[in-house]
Design a protein around this ligand. Structure first.
Ligand SMILES: [Cu+2]
Length: 179
């Protein structure tokens, strides 16, 4: 009787150990693969890094991170324009740029503010408007936000602003994956 209960408990424990990892990797595979890392847990944060967004560059523009490290970024827009802090591979930034271009064309993205009424209209018309991607914050002048991010073991990852013209103007930085 006791033995049976113990076995049941061990099986249950083994299942709970395995299941969350399986579910989270399945989710990661479905949504955000591409090797740029994943949203991190607050309990796993080892460092907080402050990032300032200026017109049109970041301070700092190189950030050293360790493979697998979870970092909390406190991002502040110190400029006069709307800026984004987006973590991704160069290919992801290229794809995201088209979305930001579309937002600008629909009047959602103004030079110095986010037009939420236009965002609602775009959402209603296209089923696609503002979205809260976990790897990105889009901030009006003076605003701050945080991102907690877990880095992969290795990858070429940039942080960039895809407001039209900003990436080209130099608003891109690199994560140097040290050891
Ligand atoms: Cu920008």
């Amino acid at each position: 009787m006791i033995k049976t209960k113990l076995t049941g408990a061990i099986v249950a424990a083994a299942f709970t150990l395995v299941a969350p990892a399986t579910i989270s990797s399945a989710l990661a595979g479905a949504g955000h693969a591409s090797g740029h890392g994943k949203p991190g847990k607050a309990s796993a944060v080892t460092r907080t890094i402050n990032v300032k967004m200026q017109d049109n560059f970041y301070e700092p523009n190189t950030i050293e991170v360790k493979p697998g490290e979870t970092v909390k970024f406190v991002v502040t827009n110190k400029g006069q324009l709307v800026h984004e802090f987006n973590i991704g591979t160069p290919k992801m930034h290229k794809n995201h740029k088209a979305e930001m271009q579309m937002m600008a064309e629909h009047g959602v993205l103004e030079a110095d503010r986010i037009n939420r009424a236009a965002a609602k209209k775009m959402q209603a018309a296209m089923g696609h408007g503002m979205h809260n991607d976990p790897n990105s914050v889009l901030l009006e002048p003076g605003k701050s936000a945080t991102i907690i991010w877990t880095f992969p073991k290795e990858a070429k990852i940039e942080f960039a602003c895809n407001v039209p013209g900003h990436y080209e103007a130099g608003m891109v930085g690199v994560f140097a994956l040290g050891s």
